[in-house]
Design a protein around this ligand. Structure first.
Ligand code: ZN
Length: 72
């Protein structure tokens, strides 16, 4: 799972591809959603992305979550 933590392949910020009157965001403006580069699923919170079952980044979490799991 080491590659799952490689920062350059983890996630990308979704940017609006439609005008502001379509979705409230200007073209190219980040919508606040994060997309998993491996399976293409997205969510507003990086820890809540519903990864596909075979996604190799399924268990990749933010530093916040890693720290919590290690503490418990
Ligand atoms: Zn994924």
């Amino acid at each position: 799972m080491r590659e799952a933590l490689a920062p350059e392949t983890e996630y990308q910020i979704i940017r609006s591809e439609t005008p502001i009157w379509e979705d409230g965001f200007k073209i190219g403006e980040p919508t606040g959603e994060i997309e998993c580069c491996s399976c293409g699923r997205s969510a507003l919170n990086i820890d809540e992305i519903p990864h596909k079952k075979d996604c190799n980044q399924r268990w990749a979490k933010t530093g916040y979550w890693r720290a919590r799991f290690l503490a418990e």
